[in-house]
Ligand binder design. Structure first.
Ligand code: SF4
Ligand code: SF4
Length: 440
């Protein structure tokens, strides 16, 4: 990844207490604690938001857009992620959508509608048998980044299709431009997001040359305003939501898979679980599986780091809402009018081998062997006190020249003990010129 790669997740140094909680949860070992503060190794970070969730001091923050930024555009479109429906006690989706209009948006296009279309297209792609199985969902950008970094052999399994967010942005922008005769550049499309990974995605799209999304607003940043607006509003007589259960269910883990109408799928949530299952896929242990849905957050997007509701409560709400809203034809209007070939990846996804010890293979082998030797003398406790997440990662940091063996407190203690013994030994020895005759 180039140096100008944008990361949504950053560190607030003032707040960081160097507690090392985050280094142990990072799935790509992208964090170290040095000089009492966390440091993010940018090229390794997949913006999954795991560190935001575990930091007790709120020192990890996601950069997103503020609501005010919608005013830069003449016409403002909100793209609420299906997760938004799970954040409120409100059972009427129409009221939730209405509150977005009240916040200043001119048009709301529900990403759930696009999610349903993506599901229908994915069914066609699975049937076409053109992509290596199991096909891996490309909906969660953090999982796709994880594959680029850790599982280069699985890149060809990634579903080469626009995500629901991008599809929603493109459809709504083109629709408004045509029907209201507004220039595309005057239309601002804002995704109402459960996660930081989407912000990273719009700045560095995967498989596409550009994103149609102009900004990402965190659900947590507008939650209170929406809730207050809902409290004030009367019941909505006109139906303004077009979302169907198929699309709404995408908010929770398993929803995407369920919409495919096949039994041969595996859905996994939580980035560490995803990591384990990807290892199994890479090792050929899932040959009978046609589709793999991996979501970085526990429970799926309902557990995203920029949400407010408990993910278990949110998941139940999504299930209840999806059974309440009956299947209607609305999203099929788009499905029948657009062809998925126009929404396939425009460019190849490349691997990003940042975990290798050296770009030169011979050097990498030498460093690998040296790191293995160092690991043998480390205690194997993976305590993290050295500021690296595991003993193995400290050994790798040492061979990369980024750490010392005495960063390990056990090695340091042993070294101090040896030094103290040596000093004691020396203090008992006197130079011959000072030794007394009696001693002889
Ligand atoms: S979890 Fe990480 S960022 Fe938060 S205080 Fe601890 S070391 Fe710092
Ligand atoms: S699971 Fe959903 S909320 Fe979490 S990182 Fe992936 S896309 Fe974002």
């Amino acid at each position: 990844m180039s140096n100008n790669y944008f990361h949504s997740i950053t560190l607030d140094k003032e707040k960081c207490m160097g507690c090392t909680n985050c280094i142990k949860r990072c799935p790509t070992e992208a964090i170290r604690v040095r000089n009492g503060k966390a440091q993010i190794i940018e090229e390794r970070c997949i913006d999954c938001g795991e560190c935001i969730k575990v930091c007790p001091y709120h020192a990890k923050v996601a950069i997103t857009n503020s609501l005010d930024e919608i005013n830069k555009f003449k016409f403002k479109i909100a793209l609420p992620a299906p997760t938004i429906y799970s954040q409120f006690k409100e059972k009427d989706i129409n009221k939730i959508i209405h509150s977005l209009y009240s916040l200043g948006f001119d048009y709301v296009f529900e990403v759930a509608i696009a999610a349903e279309i993506v599901s229908l297209w994915t069914r066609e792609i699975i049937k076409s048998n053109h992509i290596k199985m199991p096909i891996i969902s490309s909906a969660c950008p953090a999982v796709v980044r994880l594959i680029q970094i850790k599982f280069p052999n699985l890149i060809e399994n990634i579903l080469p299709l626009s995500s629901p967010m991008e599809l929603a942005a493109r459809i709504s922008k083109e629709y408004i431009s045509q029907t209201k005769n507004i220039k595309i550049n005057d239309i601002g499309v804002f995704f109402i997001s459960p996660c930081a990974a989407k912000m990273t995605y719009i700045k560095n799209p995967i498989g596409f040359n550009k994103s149609y999304v102009d900004g990402v607003i965190a659900i947590k940043d507008i939650y209170l305003k929406m809730r207050n607006l809902m409290k004030k509003s009367e019941s909505i007589e006109n139906k303004i939501s077009d979302a169907n259960p198929t699309g709404i269910l995408w908010a929770a883990s398993g929803g995407e898979s369920l919409a495919l109408g096949i039994d041969e799928y595996v859905n996994v949530d939580g980035i560490h679980n995803v990591l384990k299952v990807l290892e199994e896929i890479e090792n050929g242990k899932m040959e009978d599986i046609k589709y793999f849905e991996g979501l970085a957050c526990i429970g799926g997007c309902v557990g995203g780091p920029l949400t407010v509701e408990n993910s278990f409560v949110a998941k139940n709400r999504i299930k209840a809402l999806s059974s309440k809203y009956k299947k209607e034809k609305s999203s099929n209007i788009y499905y029948n009018n657009i062809n998925y070939n126009n929404y396939l990846f425009e460019k190849k996804i490349f691997s990003n081998p940042v975990l290798e010890l050296d770009s030169d293979i011979v050097e990498a082998m030498k460093k690998y062997e040296k790191a293995n030797e160092i690991v043998k003398i480390l205690p194997g406790l993976d305590c993290g006190a050295c500021g690296s997440p595991t003993c193995k990662s400290l050994a790798e940091d040492i061979v990369r020249g980024q750490a010392n063996d005495t960063d390990c407190i056990f090695i340091l203690r042993e070294s101090i003990k040896q030094l103290a013994n040596k000093m004691l030994e020396l203090s008992n020895k006197l130079p011959p010129s000072l030794e007394s005759e009696e001693k002889e």
